[in-house]
Design a protein around this ligand. Structure first.
Ligand SMILES: [Zn+2]
Ligand SMILES: [Zn+2]
Ligand SMILES: [Zn+2]
Length: 758
């Protein structure tokens, strides 16, 4: 007696070796039937003795290929038929899946072994890949995802590659980027004017350049990197000077885990993140014995480390015997990363000495992802290569919405069914290149994901380029308050509904009263929010200038509490103030000239950092806050500064009078800055716990969501989460999308979609 079952599997099950896997699973058990791709995923029909079929059904999800992600698995009974074998049925292109395209994936262990096997026909071939690894998202031009729709279309396969591609038992069955020395792309070394340098081995020659302290632009999966030998101080300094990047940390690529362990503290969770197929940059604590020069990441206890992820990276590192290479995005400061060979030469010729290029076109740029590990949880700082376009899986179906995100660290989000697709890191829209990438990304993602949005969600800030773009579109528009979007983003990835207490802390977000918010406690749902508490407003003297020059914020806070009397304080900050400049700033504040009011938490961090002498001017976003966190003396007592919380017309007002009084007192007593920083962090944490407790007592909410860029601060986020949990709250944080503005578009989309349900 035989039985027949139909199994419908959805999720990421195409382009990841799923059909050959099922084929082997079925034929190994002598079962008959077939498998085909469908619009939702794959459908399998399987027939044989009941216990063998059951065994097949049990094993199927458990042993699925590494890149597959099964989101639903449904089994039906069918009537038996007389098939004699198990077949892979090729569907019409029209029926192929249109939704879930796999992200780009690091080279797999099998391909890596072949890469360095002198007997393998792909020995040292820089584009070796298989169904378990290689480029995907960045080479897709259109759907369905097969070779003619990718940038591999111009490389017809040789007979040997074609045979692998057609053999269901081969690791390269339907591997769209399959290629070899005979038929695939190749690398070249160019000089800074774009002329090919004739040499026997381009990769070896590039390694010679790196060893000599030169800057080499290296074409990767999602764009160009600028590389220098990380152990060469002069080369690092040269790159900083050319890139006009003063102190912002550089990420470094190390050849293997052992090299990473020499440099940084690595526990099991960090190791898993480093070795994951996404191969993100992982922020790790430097060892005291770390041999990497301080210039790579000045004033920072952490280093961004990643392992090689393309065959070309492995060849380059091995060729030069490098222990670490700086690998930073191939761009000028905040512009998008270069992807095209000639574009790279045009934009980077003053930055790089050599260009290691190849002729496999990158169709959509995708920067490296950045994560940090806290406890067992990996948290996204920048969600991009390796993760995009895997959707955030939502609790409920949503209308098709396009959410256009914020201004800095921009991402966009498209929703479809239960999927929210966040784009790769688009970056800062303030520069023309960034803005045009924003438009390209929207168009490209709408095409390959087949989403025609009916609603556009945008930030309320009237000056954001994303907002201006949205307001020109002829669709239903929904404006979303910035911090409401942060909290909704945290709710969405945690599948929450109803109302929560939302603590949203960041640098800048446009408020419904036209002021700059950033230290906010909200009572929020997708449908609505109410402001429950915020920092007392202070002037931001000079607007953007106050963000670049934290000393202005310190002066603003001191003037807010003491007027000009603070100029008599016997503290280093006052002694070192340039009197003429300070006078201009104080007059701006007093006469309310170009001094918008802000409740920003980021600016409060800036003020404290400047006041205690850590940083008066910043060279990159959030530098003062990062260095303030890094200054914390550990371990320490739980002494904390206090804040004064008063009820006001617009929720509670968190006053900073007692905080500044205590800091000034500690400065007069020469208390070390590390101690002051810790007491400041502890004070913030206590204050937010107390406010949450009061809101729970009054309104009965017990769920707290933490969101906003300030939560990239490890000390603050770990402690606040722990203290809230101890106080009995259910605490929800970000893990799939960034807490900062990179995760904003997800919240915008959910809020806009909720509005349409009413
Ligand atoms: Zn592979
Ligand atoms: Zn070939
Ligand atoms: Zn924000």
């Amino acid at each position: 007696m035989e039985v027949r079952r139909q199994i419908e599997v959805s999720g990421i099950v195409q382009g990841v070796g799923f059909r050959p896997y099922v084929y082997r699973l079925a034929t190994g058990r002598k079962l008959t039937g077939n498998i085909r791709n469908t619009a939702a995923g794959v459908t399998i029909e399987i027939q044989g003795p009941p216990e063998t079929v059951q065994d097949f059904v049990n094993h199927l999800p458990a042993e699925a290929p590494p890149l597959a992600r099964i989101t639903s698995f449904v089994v039906h009974e069918l009537a038996c038929n007389g098939e004699a074998d198990f077949r892979i049925v090729h569907s019409d292109a029209g029926e192929e899946v249109r939704t879930l395209i796999s992200p780009d994936v690091a080279i797999c262990p099998d391909c890596l072994r072949e890469l360095f096997d002198p007997t393998d026909r792909r020995y040292r071939y820089p584009f070796i890949n298989c169904t378990n690894c290689g480029p995907r998202f960045t080479i897709v031009r259109d759907i369905p995802y097969d070779r003619p729709s990718t940038s591999m279309a111009v490389f017809p396969m040789c007979p040997a590659c074609q045979a692998e591609y057609e053999d269901p038992l081969n690791r390269r069955f339907h591997a769209q980027p399959n290629a070899c020395w005979q038929c695939g792309p190749h690398v070249e070394l160019w000089d800074k004017s774009g002329r090919q340098i004739s040499c026997r081995d381009s990769i070896a020659e590039a390694a010679v350049g790196l060893s000599a302290g030169l800057v080499v632009a290296v074409k990767g999966l999602g764009g160009f990197h600028l590389a220098v030998d990380a152990s060469n101080k002069a080369a690092v300094a040269l790159l900083r000077e050319r890139k006009r990047r003063v102190e912002k940390p550089f990420a470094i690529m190390v050849p293997d885990l052992a090299a990473a362990q020499e440099i940084c503290e690595i526990d099991s969770a960090a190791r898993a993140a480093l070795e994951s197929v996404q191969r993100p940059i992982v922020l790790l604590r430097k060892k005291s014995s770390c041999s990497i020069p301080e210039e790579v990441a000045p004033f920072n206890r952490y280093l961004g480390l990643f392992l090689p992820y393309t065959p070309l990276h492995y060849l380059l590192l091995r060729e030069g015997g490098f222990r670490a290479l700086v690998m930073t995005s191939g761009n000028m400061s905040e512009e998008p990363i270069a992807i095209d060979n000639h574009e790279a030469v045009r934009r980077l010729s003053r930055l790089a000495d050599y260009f290691l290029v190849h002729n496999r076109e990158i169709l959509l740029r995708c920067d490296d992802s950045v994560v940090r590990v806290s406890g067992e949880v990996t948290r996204q700082m920048r969600r991009s290569r390796g993760f995009v376009p895997v959707p955030v899986f939502l609790k409920d179906e949503q209308s098709p919405v396009l959410a256009v995100g914020g201004e800095l660290k921009n991402t966009i989000c498209l929703t479809k069914g239960k999927h929210a697709f966040l784009s790769q890191h688009i970056g800062d829209l303030e520069n023309a290149e960034g803005y045009s990438f924003f438009g390209e990304a929207i168009e490209h993602l709408e095409r390959i994901l087949e989403i025609q949005p009916t609603i556009i969600a945008y930030d309320l800030h009237p000056d954001y380029f994303s907002t201006k773009w949205a307001l020109q579109q002829n669709l239903r528009l929904v404006g979303v308050q910035h911090h409401h979007a942060h909290i909704a983003s945290c709710m969405a990835e945690n599948h929450l509904e109803g109302q929560v207490i939302g603590i949203a802390l960041d640098g800048t977000g446009y408020g419904t009263d036209g002021r700059i918010w950033g230290g906010e406690v909200l009572i929020a749902s997708y449908e609505d929010f109410k402001r429950a508490a915020h920092f007392d407003y202070v002037p931001l003297p000079g607007g953007a200038a106050a963000i670049r020059e934290p000393w202005r914020m310190a002066a603003s806070y001191l003037a807010h509490h003491y007027g000009r009397d603070f100029l008599k304080f016997e503290i280093p900050f006052v002694r070192q103030l340039e009197k003429a400049k300070a006078d201009v700033v104080l007059r701006m504040i007093e006469q309310k000239i170009n001094s918008p009011l802000t409740s920003s938490c980021g600016r409060l961090f800036d003020a404290v950092a400047a006041l205690i002498g850590i940083r008066q001017q910043v060279n990159y976003e959030a530098q003062a806050a990062i260095e303030l966190e890094m200054a914390i003396a550990a371990p320490g007592s739980s002494d904390a500064y206090s804040f004064k919380v008063l009820s006001g017309g617009d929720g509670r007002i968190i006053g900073t009078g007692p905080l500044f009084e205590a800091i000034v007192g500690d400065l007069e007593r020469n208390v070390p800055v590390g101690e002051i920083s810790r007491k400041f962090h502890e004070g913030l944490i206590n204050t937010f716990v107390r406010i949450a407790q009061q809101l729970r007592d009054e309104q009965g909410f017990n769920r707290v969501c933490l969101s906003g860029g300030t939560f990239h601060n490890v000390y603050l986020s770990e402690r606040l989460e722990a203290y809230l949990s101890e106080a009995g709250f259910a605490v929800f944080t970000h893990h799939e999308v960034p807490a900062g503005d990179g995760g904003l578009s997800l919240g915008q989309a959910l809020i806009a979609a909720a509005g349409t349900k009413r």
